[in-house]
Design a protein around this ligand. Structure first.
Ligand code: HEC
Length: 148
């Protein structure tokens, strides 16, 4: 056991040594005020929690719960979105959000076809991943000023 650990530590150490302290940000910034920034992150966390819950319901064959949860995350977005936030989003960001929403809408439509739900969930997650690769939110100070 000890020997295995030692060998593993040895084999990853060159990787650790060559890793930069912090990778340089190459993604495009989406500039938001504090309220918008907090809302986006809250929405994101809810979406991840929803996907996780949906997987649980799918595993237990509770397909109608999947549609309920997808409907609920869509309502959260519609009902709580800060006014004017859309103007802050770059065109590419909006288009990826639209693509993602199409998958949420599909998931919100009740079906007992588990394979279809899985396929749509993968399409949904591909939209999440695509956007995360391209955009980031720079931090904001409490007063709303952007930290460069
Ligand atoms: C249109 C763009 C876009 C889409 C689509 C998108 N996200 Fe995000 N998400 C972001 C951005 C931008 C951030 C901030 C990342 C950063 O600054 O590094 C983020 C952050 C997050 C975070 C971190 C939240 C926190 O508290 O820091 C989670 C979790 C997350 N997203 C989940 C998801 C999930 C799940 C989906 C798909 C169901 C999704 N996102 C779809 C843009 C998007």
């Amino acid at each position: 056991m000890k020997k295995t650990f030692f060998l593993c530590a040895l084999s990853i150490s060159p990787l650790l040594m060559s890793a930069p302290a912090q990778a340089e940000e190459t993604r495009e910034a989406v500039r938001l005020n504090e309220q918008q920034h907090d809302w986006v992150l809250e929405y994101m966390r809810r979406m991840l929690e929803t996907v996780s819950d949906m997987q649980g319901h799918l595993a237990t064959g509770n397909t109608e719960k999947v549609a309920e949860q997808a409907t609920s995350v869509r309502s959260f977005a519609r009902n709580t979105k800060p006014r004017g936030i859309g103007k802050q989003f770059p065109a590419g960001f909006k288009s990826m959000a639209r693509q993602m929403n199409a998958s949420w809408t599909e998931l919100a439509t009740p079906t007992d076809d588990a394979a279809q739900i899985s396929a749509t969930t993968q399409k949904l997650l591909n939209s999440c991943n695509a956007c995360h690769r391209v955009y980031y939110l720079p931090p904001v100070t409490p007063g709303g000023a952007l930290i460069e």
